[in-house]
Design a protein around this ligand. Structure first.
Ligand code: AHR
Length: 497
């Protein structure tokens, strides 16, 4: 089959929710502490204790929503430990992640300040595993109640008179695992109970999020949808791309071979099957598609960098990660009728991070650049696109060579994102534009490519992998023929004149 794309510029398939471009920051390793929070007295330039460089970089990619405080940490977190004068806050061991001292200096007020600086929606994950209904209920009251109440009074005493607006609230995290090792039947009942006390105060309307399955645990999805659909607005899905066969040997972030490169992309592509099959179950209980699927943890998970704390999950990030990001976001676009939010794990210094820091230094990873190039899709209308992708074969296995998605902005500008997964060859691809009725177009493009399968940015070479203008295209009639470099993510901008 010849490789080609047919793009119907006049067939719209729904809005790509900007929240698909969401992020996740946990009290884990150097994500919050060092990555975001350095404290007001730090020599690292900061505003109210939050790093200025990181805020600027995250604003650039238009982070729409940020999930916090975990992760597994969420079901051990007691929010009252993180309010009031910082010197007086409890110091404790972060037992789940690295055994380091958690001084609770980054708490509710600091997180809400960060979201205000970024201009993003907060997504707060409550504690079901080791917290009480009262504790969760009071957190929502503390955050969102304006009026006479003990929690509103406490908030005012802590320097914030006006309630915040909080839309997204998660009722537990991975309650099938680190969040309590529950059976779905048991969690479904707990979910129903806890969410009852996650109240809407005043005009604030909470979008209640139930803990969904791990990867292909279709039974969990079935039970939750059967027992609790009417009590939820969304349900989550977690899926990590782990190249190795076991958690003990996940594979390295750099220095891997071609077989591991291929396997990583093959495993990342599995997101398509997972979202499709979970959506089928959701359709059974929610044919109107009222409930959203939120993939609030996704990304690559490798062995930690040699010499670093195994509990910190610090890993490098290469062009391979950029391809995982590009193809996964393309999958989310395709399923945007159900996938309403996704949160890559995790923003800074942890897993598939968009930013790495070392003291006062900061670098942008290849994954960051994909989020920056793809931000044009946020809230745009998904366009109908048919892709006949050739195969990328390795060691007797085949995966599609190209991943593609397209959208149109309110102003009529079309963006096509294209990933060439092939590590060895450029992909030459005719892209036929239909529905423009002879209208002329301007074309521009940006591409991110790697010279080697593990090309990455380091503190000594922070710009080894950066976007470049893309000029390898030719327009003839209504067909643009593009030549996508090996291992590249490209975004084309097509502007009708
Ligand atoms: O993102 C790291 C961890 O992965 C999260 O804390 C947990 O939810 C998941 O298992």
């Amino acid at each position: 089959m010849a490789q080609r794309v047919v793009l119907h510029t006049d067939i719209r398939k729904g809005t790509i929710n900007r929240n698909i471009y969401g992020h996740f920051s946990e009290h884990l390793g150097r994500c919050i502490y060092e990555g975001i929070w350095v404290g007001e007295d730090s020599p690292i330039p900061n505003t109210k204790g939050i790093r200025n460089d990181v805020v600027e970089a995250l604003k650039e990619i238009k982070v729409p929503v940020l999930r916090w405080p975990g992760g597994c940490f969420a079901d051990e977190y007691h929010w009252k430990d993180g309010i009031g004068a910082r010197e007086g806050r409890k110091r404790m061991i972060n037992t789940h992640w690295g055994g380091t001292v958690e001084n609770n200096h980054f708490g509710t007020h600091e997180f809400m300040e960060l979201c205000a600086m970024l201009g993003c929606e907060p997504y707060i994950n409550g504690n079901v595993g080791s917290g009480t209904v009262q504790e969760m209920s009071e957190w929502v009251e503390y955050l969102t109640f304006n009026g006479v109440s003990p929690m509103a009074e406490l908030r005012t005493k802590n320097g914030r008179e006006e309630a915040w607006a909080v839309k997204y609230f998660g009722v537990g995290n991975e309650n099938w695992g680190c969040g309590g090792n529950m059976r779905p039947e048991y969690y479904a009942d707990l979910y129903r109970q806890y969410q009852t006390y996650v109240r809407n105060y005043g005009d604030n309307r909470i979008h209640r999020i139930a803990c969904g399955p791990n990867a292909d645990d279709y039974h969990w999805m079935e039970v939750l949808m059967r027992e609790a659909t009417r009590f939820m607005d969304s349900i989550t899905l977690h899926y990590y791309t782990v190249p190795g066969a076991t958690w003990e040997q996940k594979g390295a972030a750099t220095g891997f071979d071609t077989a591991e490169y291929f396997t990583t992309l093959e495993k990342a592509l599995r997101m398509e099957e997972l979202v499709t099959r979970h959506s089928v179950i959701m359709d059974k209980y929610d044919p109107e598609k009222r409930v959203g699927l939120i993939v609030d943890e996704w990304g690559t998970w490798y062995d930690v960098e040699p010499g670093t704390n195994p509990g910190f999950l610090y890993q490098q990030n290469s062009i391979r990660d950029a391809l995982v990001a590009g193809l996964t976001l393309n999958i989310f676009h395709k399923h945007s009728d159900r996938v309403r939010m996704a949160n890559i794990a995790q923003t800074i210094n942890v897993l598939q991070a968009v930013i790495l820091t070392e003291g006062e230094k900061m670098l942008l990873t290849p994954t960051y650049h994909v989020f920056n190039m793809y931000k044009v899709h946020q809230d745009a209308e998904l366009l109908d696109l048919t892709l006949d992708s050739g195969s990328y074969s390795f060691d007797g296995k085949d995966i599609p060579e190209v991943s593609a998605s397209a959208s149109v902005t309110a102003e009529g500008v079309i963006h096509v994102s294209l990933c060439n997964l092939n590590h060895a060859a450029a992909a030459v691809l005719p892209l036929e534009l239909r529905g423009l009725a002879g209208q002329a177009v301007d074309i521009a493009g940006t591409t991110l490519a790697g010279a080697t399968i593990d090309a990455h940015n380091s503190f000594s070479e922070p710009e080894a992998v950066v976007p470049q203008p893309f000029t390898a295209f030719k327009l003839e009639g209504d067909t643009i023929t593009v030549e996508l470099p090996a291992m590249s993510v490209t975004v084309l901008k097509i502007t009708p004149k």
